[in-house]
Design a protein around this ligand. Sequence first.
Ligand SMILES: N[C@H](CCC[C@H](N)C(=O)O)C(=O)O
Length: 305
Amino acid sequence: MADLVEFARMNGLGNKILVVDMRGRADKVTPEAAIALNADPATRFDQIMAIHDPKAQGTDAFIDILNSDGSKAQACGNGTRCVVQALAAETGRKAFTFQTVAGILNAVEHEDGTISVDMGKPVFEWNKIPLAEEFFDTSRIELQIGPIDAPMLHSPSAMSMGNPHAIFWVDRDPMSFDLERFGPLLENHPMFPEKANITLAQVTSDASLRTRTWERGAGLTLACGSAACACAVSAARTGRTGRKVTIDVASSPVRQPLVIEWRQDDHVVMTGPAEWEWSGKVNPATGVFLRDEEPESVAPGSLAK
Ligand SMILES: N[C@H](CCC[C@H](N)C(=O)O)C(=O)O
């Protein structure tokens, strides 16, 4: 069983995350393993966060991110909070610096258990998001679905948070839209050569938004942290809100908002919870896994295991 590595099933606001410990190894979690894990209801997930040994000086780990279809993602806000919680529980440390393909992320766990991740700087240039067509102003691009004279959704704000996002502004509850039907069309629209995460965002006050996301490579998920960041930045950028907002992730079963601040230094800081569910061991090449025995339940307040 030397091929098995530790993993934890966790979630960030319901976003299903598998944190896989690949430290001390040169191999990677394969797309085949991701697809196999996603096919089993016990391990169905939205993103795998694979923790690797650090590659750059001053960082604690390199994190490789996989979507449930086996494709790679450059950023995952909810998953990053899960990694912080797992490593904080292991080491007792509170602050971490990670490297991903999109850059360096600093994160800290607070006394109340919430976790803040500095998601870096937003990117607005059309060819870096990337978009297929040149737009001088990507805060409102020409794209619509539905009848030409009465589009159901139109003029999204586009940007990259390390990964590509399109935010459609809606004036009613995002849950009342059939995102399952048009999510795939928009994710794969020719406007987005690397596809895109598609979010519906409703402005509920000058400091709050309600959102729902169709994720690139993962479909409808219960929550998406990088999309929440993209919504906060896009709302401020278009004058809809100030630079600090709470995000009510409409699809999440966890009724705790994400707090997002687009700081004056251009960094986007996301704060929210993470939750450990269970742990086990997994073969990173095949996805074959074993769930750890759970300790017998103990009376509340008892220290006995
Ligand atoms: N759930 C993640 C986003 C995953 C991004 C992924 N779907 C992509 O860009 O391909 C989050 O909390 O930020």
